[in-house]
Design a protein around this ligand. Sequence first.
Ligand SMILES: Nc1ncnc2c1ncn2[C@@H]1O[C@H](COP(=O)(O)OP(=O)(O)O)[C@@H](O)[C@H]1O
Ligand SMILES: [Mg+2]
Length: 309
Amino acid sequence: MQDHFSRRPSIIQGGKLPEGAAQECLLDDHRRRLEAFDRLREAAAECGLGTDPDRDLFVLPEDAVSLLEGSGDSWAALGRAIRDFRAALPLLSLDLFGFPVDSEDSLAEGSSLLRHIGGGVEAWAFQDREDSIYKFFRPIEGQWIGATFHYEPDENQVMQAEACPGTYRGLLEKLDVINVIGGMPTELVGVTPEGVLVVKQVLGERLAEGTDTSGLLPPALIPWPSRFLRCDRDHPRLAFVRGRPWLVADTHDRNVVRLGDGSLRIIDIVAAPIDRAVTGRHPLLHDWLERVRLDPGAPLLRAADDDEL
Ligand SMILES: Nc1ncnc2c1ncn2[C@@H]1O[C@H](COP(=O)(O)OP(=O)(O)O)[C@@H](O)[C@H]1O
Ligand SMILES: [Mg+2]
């Protein structure tokens, strides 16, 4: 089917879960879009353009470097990379979604086509006439968007995770993680020239306020031993996503909803990958991650290590 705002193919409509094959397509779309953005970053770096933070690259129009494309291979490659990324994530105007464009704060003024249903720190959520959910992630201080974690080591081998604003690439990855861990199917619709990322989700029903979600999270999420992690968000879990360990958290009652078939789905997380730069400073954590990757029930420490500690 078609998304009636962007007029592009869409697999999400209302509160109905897409079929398995369609969900696979969604996963594939996320992977390809990330790859296209990585190629764009590489091509931009080749041309000596700044890539960090990544907001300016993220909203480049298709013809951004058309006048330079004849001047060398690197510029021609950049032109192609921009067009490939734009094909995976189009530039769309906020007025397509019924928001006033001549306003200082279009999202706050509301839409003539969508009903505001919620908004936290990162995203404003709206519902359309077909009951699909559209979320608008607004840039933070111009360059950042969404939320991620940064890690601070402490002396006792505990990794300290603190939530902070993330990059555009980080938000693409986080939305991919929601799909991969069996959360709410989440599709990317586009990005506005102002840098607002537009995302579409299946509609779910809110949980009763105060519901304890800790026992309700999907089995792909592995509880963290407290000796390895201190985190400033609720329900920190470990997930292996496309082979990489991730810290996934913030899955409290307002970030989990129920579908018509009774299943629970995570709609929003704060998450960050745990790369070698982090685990390199935590040998015991590194060891646990390698074992739990193969066996989610692996004990905290290797049997042979227990005597020593
Ligand atoms: N798919 C959805 N189904 C039902 N309600 C939703 C959905 N997505 C968002 N909402 C509502 O909007 C609120 C804010 O959306 P959320 O994705 O959590 O953004 P934020 O990052 O701002 O917290 C949620 O707490 C929920 O009440
Ligand atoms: Mg939320």
